[in-house]
Design a protein around this ligand. Structure first.
Ligand SMILES: Nc1ncnc2c1ncn2[C@@H]1O[C@H](COP(=O)(O)OP(=O)(O)OP(=O)(O)O)[C@@H](O)[C@H]1O
Length: 511
């Protein structure tokens, strides 16, 4: 990494790199980096740099070995290139959690050294805060507010609580991330809770859970009369469920590699939450045949994926593997889904719709730009309306607003968090269905199933899906809803999440 000389250095002083060492280092802090150079001028070519973007926390501690010295510990979460065994030339990007202890003892008494280190601590934490580039409203009113964290002890295989205690609390202590934990006591607890919170008391909401609690909280916030203000609270996610699509999409958007091991994935999400930026994400409004209006952040499933999602509930103890087990069963014994899909194609000009311009007195019914009442037939004459119709029968129907619907299912590879459209994909059941489904499920882990011409897909703005049967599975964000006609419409960029902008020029460090 080359130093950006246009940025002024804010602090500099002499440190040891650990308590026993006698070798001194000149350490400089700038708004973007910390440089560590041997004090001996002849060794200055050994200068190393730590990007502030890689530092998630910094704490002052008394040295246990020397009564007057004070440690300044930097906590880092950084990109490193590691060699992949099978291919000696290729290097793979890995995220590593590291500590760098800087020892300070310039003064002859501990208090003076501590005062100096407190100044360094404040400057470094301020530099981290500024790199987060938070929206003005949050900077002005919420800097010292706590984040409200819901932990669902029933999530996934019942592991969310343990994961939080073992891997999240430590990261948040190191980053001095101000939070308040509520352990949910019953289904619907988080929804009830967010309906009555004082919005001004909190700087965001984090769900340590699966996607079910994310869905519940979004819908709780949308049911408030001040829903517009409520939606301004950024939502974060610690993966604790069997499906953790919300945080997976957030990390994918940041262009970080998504950690495969559960512990590493949880640490990755905890660091991201503690250093988050606020990023918009798309929601869609959904009407179900029993008169409910729901807000979806992820997908509407019909056909094989809905059956896999719903009928794998009995294998919940298997965690994420439950989906694979049920998928194999369903591919071997495929079903046919009769009905039709009406849709409005998405056009690039649609992106100009800005829901934040809706007046503060607007109700959520103002969202319905294209939807008709569910009992009214949609006219699909192409000369008079934008609506189009696709007739079944189908084997697979999926409508998504994000790229991934679970950690290893890339439903639509090009989608981001807020691109202003839904992606409709389907497979008709008039071909070799078993073979087509097997091929699709083999390649859906990276989204390349779209390369098959039997997987039809398109970008849409609104849809109505009408099954002919009266019984079956329809899922919204993994939650089962009433079976029957269902419709929805995209609400571009209306939500805010705790994410990270992709940092294309990000440089790894070497310490
Ligand atoms: N203490 C609790 N006891 C029982 N159910 C709870 C409790 N707290 C929350 N719930 C409910 O558990 C449901 C599922 O939650 P969550 O999404 O966190 O886990 P999951 O189902 O394992 O994950 P996924 O939805 O990804 O499969 C939610 O609808 C939520 O209301």
């Amino acid at each position: 990494m080359t130093e950006d000389t246009s940025l002024s250095t804010e602090l500099e002083d002499l440190f040891f790199l650990h308590a026993n060492s006698t070798k001194q280092y000149l350490i400089k802090l700038s708004p973007t980096a910390i440089s560590i150079a041997p004090y001996d001028a002849q060794q200055r070519n050994q200068t190393r740099f730590i990007a502030i973007d890689d530092v998630y926390g910094c704490l002052c501690m008394k040295s246990r070995k020397n009564a007057i010295q004070c440690h300044l510990t930097l906590y880092l979460y950084t990109t490193r290139k590691t060699r992949v065994c099978s291919t000696p030339i290729t290097k793979q990007e890995k995220l590593r959690r590291l500590r760098q202890v800087l020892t300070y003892g310039k003064f002859n008494d501990f208090e003076s050294n501590l005062n100096e280190m407190t100044k360094w601590h404040d400057c470094i934490t301020n530099a981290i805060y500024l790199r987060r580039n938070l929206p003005r409203d949050i900077v002005m009113t919420k800097r010292d507010k706590r984040v409200l964290v819901f932990v669902n002890p029933a999530s996934g295989a019942g592991k969310a609580y343990r994961l939080v205690m073992e891997h999240v609390i430590g990261v948040w202590s190191e980053s001095e991330f101000n939070h308040h934990i509520v352990i949910t006591e019953y289904a619907g607890h988080a929804r009830d809770y967010v309906k009555t919170i004082q919005l001004a008391d909190w700087s965001g909401i984090i769900l340590a859970s699966g996607d079910g609690l994310v869905f519940e909280v979004i819908n709780g916030l949308m049911s408030r009369s001040d829903w517009q203000e409520a939606l301004q609270l950024p939502i974060g996610h610690i993966p604790g469920g069997s499906g953790n699509a919300f945080i997976t999409n957030i990390i994918r958007y940041s262009k970080q590699p998504i950690m495969s091991a559960t512990k590493n994935f949880v640490v990755q999400a905890a660091v991201l939450a503690a250093t988050h930026q606020v990023i918009p994400f798309d929601l869609s409004v959904i009407h179900t045949c029993d008169g409910q209006r729901l807000f979806s952040f992820l997908c509407v499933e019909w056909g094989i994926i809905a059956d896999v999602d719903c009928d794998s509930e009995k294998y919940r103890f298997l965690g994420e593997t439950r989906f694979t087990v049920e998928a194999i069963k369903r591919i071997l014994h495929p079903r046919v889904y009769h009905g039709y899909i009406d849709y409005i194609p998405y056009e690039d000009a649609d992106t100009i719709v800005d829901f934040h311009q809706i007046s503060t007195h607007a109700t959520t019914t103002d969202f319905h730009r294209d939807l008709l009442p569910l009992d009214e037939v949609i006219p699909t004459d192409s000369t008079t309306t934008k609506w189009r119709r696709i007739n079944g029968p189908f084997a697979h129907v999926l409508i998504t607003s994000k790229a991934l619907i679970s950690k290893d299912v890339v439903a639509s590879a090009v989608s981001t968090l807020s691109d202003g459209y839904l992606t409709l994909q389907f497979i008709r059941s008039d071909g070799p269905t078993r073979k087509n489904l097997a091929k699709t499920f083999t390649r859906i882990s990276d989204g390349s199933h779209f390369d098959y011409n039997f997987v039809e897909w398109m970008r849409i703005r609104a849809f109505r899906l009408v099954p002919n049967d009266t019984n079956g599975n329809l899922m919204v964000d993994g939650e089962k809803v009433a079976y029957g006609p269902i419709q929805g419409e995209i609400l571009p960029g209306i939500g805010r999440c705790m994410g990270k902008l992709p940092n294309i020029n990000r440089t790894s460090i070497d310490i």
